[in-house]
Structure formats: structure tokens, C-alpha cells
Write a protein that binds this ligand. Sequence first.
Ligand code: B1M
Length: 221
Amino acid sequence: MNREEILERIRRLMVEIRIDEVKEAVDEALRMGIKPLDIIDNALTPAIREIGDLFEKGEYFLPELIISADLFKEIMDEKLKPLLTAEGSAREVLGRVVIGTVKGDLHDIGKNIVATMLEIAGFEVYDLGVDVAPEEFVRKAKEVNADIVAMSALLTTTMIEMKNVIELLKREGLRDKVKVIVGGAPVTEEFARQIGADAYAEDAVKAVEVCKKLVGEKTGN
Ligand code: B1M
């Protein structure tokens, strides 16, 4: 089996939620030398998005969404995250990032990947979890003297909470001290601009790139 075939096999088994077989296929891909990030971006993420589409069409229901999300997280925690962390060699602390999924939103798979990749790149990451109120983002940013506040949203109904966090940062006199990056499936560059964020990233790799640039702007490097 080549790279394309094994990634396609993982994607298909994941969409069919064949739990043990997906795990076996991931092990097989790793044995073949396929990189964890390749498996995440080109097999697991397209699969879970397809599951979301099937849910929207009424072909899958909430239990399928929950089981597939749990399976994704299990594969991340048990198989892929330890390898990603081991691959990371950065030792210098690039900056402090407070990250969370906004208020009312429980989606955290993408946010967790972003947090992991930032950690690997050398950022000190404070992950507040999901359903994070604006006050909590601001309190933590103050407490740790954050360089960056990073927000994730997966629902069109919750992405507006990002603006509330930015407004609160302004009211608390912190807006010129921290950079703000936003992301998540419904979020766009245009939306980021509209709400006054400093940056948008479409995926975890881009988020790392953008955060490095943002701390560079802060320190003038
Ligand atoms: Co939900 N859900 N869900 N769900 N769910 C979506 C988002 C949806 C698009 C599915 C659909 O209908 N097609 C839809 C939203 C529709 C909309 O808003 N217009 C939806 C819905 C409707 C709901 C509920 C309302 C369903 C219900 O109860 N009737 C409910 C809401 C709960 C709530 O949050 N209050 C709900 C619940 C759930 C579960 C709990 C069952 C589960 C989440 C479990 C968990 O996260 N622990 C779930 C899941 C799994 C999904 C889908 C299928 C997959 C999301 C995911 O993990 N993707 C999703 C379908 C979809 O996204 N197309 C869907 C994989 C992940 C790697 O990608 O999160 O996009 P993503 O992250 C990427 C990038 O976006 C980016 O980098 C990541 C890695 O590359 N990124 C950032 C993310 N955050 C970033 C931050 C950054 C930068 C980049 O900077 C800070």
C-alpha cells in the first residue's frame, strides 16, 4: 500500500466509524513512516468533516458525531500527540499564548491541535479548554502576561464571542499589549478583520507561522 492508499483507507474507515480498524490503519501508516501531521490533515480531518456533512444531511446523528470525535481524540492522545511532541525540538520560549474555544462552543479537536503545534514550536501555552467566557480569556491573559490570545470557534452562532473578547481586552486596557489570532471552520480572514483581530489562520501549521510573526511584531524582530 502506498501513502495515498493508506490515508484513503484511514479516511474511509473513520467515516464508517470502524473503531478498531481505524486504529490499526493509523498504526500501519505510522509503520510506513507517514508523518502524524499528514495523517491528521489528509485522513482524519477530511473524514470528520465528511461525518459533519452526513450529520447535516440527516444521514448521521449526534451519537455518530460524538463517537467519531472521541475516536479522533483517542487517536491523537494515544498515537499521534506523543510522536509530534517527540519530534519537536524547540527549547527557546517564543512567547506566551492563552488559547481557548469561545463561550457556548464545545468543539475542541481543532483547538487542541493548534495548542499542541504551538507548544511544539516553543510557545508557552495556557489552554483554557472550551466554553470560555470573555472574562476568563482576559483574566488569564493578565495573569500570565500573555503575548497572544488565540480563539477558536466552530459554530456560526458562537464566532461573534471573539469580538466580545476583543472589546473586553480594550476596556481592560490590554488591547495594545496582546495580539489576537482567531480560527476555526466558519472563521475567515474577512471576519477576523471585521472584529478587529490581528490575524487569522486556517489551520494549525499556519497558526504557528502567524503566531511567530505576531510575537516578532511585538518585539520588533
Ligand atoms: Co458539531 N457542528 N455540533 N460537534 N461538529 C459542526 C461544527 C457542524 C459544521 C456540523 C454540520 O452540521 N455540518 C455544525 C455547525 C453548523 C454551523 O454553525 N453553521 C455543528 C453543529 C450544528 C453542532 C451542534 C449544534 C449539534 C447539535 O447539538 N444539534 C452541537 C453544538 C455543541 C456546542 O458546541 N455548543 C455540536 C456538537 C458536536 C460534538 C460535541 C458532538 C462534536 C465535537 C466534539 C469535540 O470537539 N470535542 C462535534 C463535531 C465533531 C463536529 C464536526 C463534525 C467536526 C469538527 C472537528 O473536530 N473538525 C463539525 C463539522 C465540520 O467542522 N465540518 C461540526 C476537525 C478539526 C481538526 O478541524 O475544528 O475545523 P477544525 O480545526 C482546524 C481549523 O479550523 C483550524 O485548525 C484546525 C486544525 O487544522 N483552527 C484554528 C481551529 N481553531 C483554530 C484556532 C486558530 C487557528 C486555526 O487560532 C487561534
